[in-house]
Design a protein around this ligand. Structure first.
Ligand code: NI
Length: 206
């Protein structure tokens, strides 16, 4: 299966050193302190189904899809920070393996994930050889404002798609875990990051 990929850097030298969050080292979220982002190999990924068909349209399918994402991320050494799995696409933020070429394993990781999910869905639907994934898009995050905006975007995605009123109520998103891991003040700070442009560039507008 072929995947088209677009790498986008959101690094802005004009903003370097002028970020009001540079001093926000008190975040109590142990998985991704923003000040550790430099060189950490953090990626934001969006993948969509072919034709935006809602193959993952039941809780059972979403349960297994998320389990596959989490399990294969672990197997390939990718540490997931945030995720939202929906009926026809998903988003996640993850740290690559720490080795110099760690980011290159993303293609293998996603190829494995998509192949596994394709097999499962096609078997259940009684079809063979059907391609269900259109593409994926990866963004290497080298500036923590980009990271924080995408963190808000990912966690708010079930609300953005009007599936729930409160993101924490959507079971296939890490918003609930995140809300339990950070202080209310930090959660409020994250929510203040606009993501309209990200959604538009990501093809996520309704
Ligand atoms: Ni989305």
């Amino acid at each position: 299966m072929l995947y088209s990929r677009v790498a986008v850097l959101y690094y802005s030298p004009m903003n370097q050193g002028n970020d009001p969050l540079d001093s926000c080292g008190t975040c109590d979220w142990p998985h991704a302190p923003p000040h550790r982002l430099g060189g950490a190999g953090v990626y934001f990924v969006t993948a969509r189904t072919l034709g935006c068909i809602a193959y993952f349209n039941t809780p059972y399918r979403l349960d297994r899809a998320l389990a596959a994402l989490l399990g294969l991320a672990d197997r390939y050494g990718w540490r997931l920070e945030a995720w939202a799995f929906l009926s026809n696409h998903y988003h996640f933020i993850a740290h690559s393996p720490s080795s110099e070429s760690g980011g290159t394993t993303l293609a293998l990781f996603l190829k494995h994930l998509h192949a596994e999910l394709t097999r499962t869905i096609n078997r259940e639907d009684g079809v063979t050889g059907r391609k269900i994934w259109h593409n994926y898009r990866e963004t290497h995050l080298t500036w923590h404002k980009s990271y924080l905006a995408r963190l808000n975007y990912t966690h708010h995605n079930p609300v953005h798609h009007r599936l729930v009123a409160l993101a924490e109520d959507y079971p296939w998103c890490s918003a609930h875990r995140f809300a339990q891991s950070v202080t209310p003040a930090w959660a409020k700070t994250i929510r203040s990051f606009a993501y309209d442009q990200i959604a538009e560039e990501d093809g996520d507008n309704l």
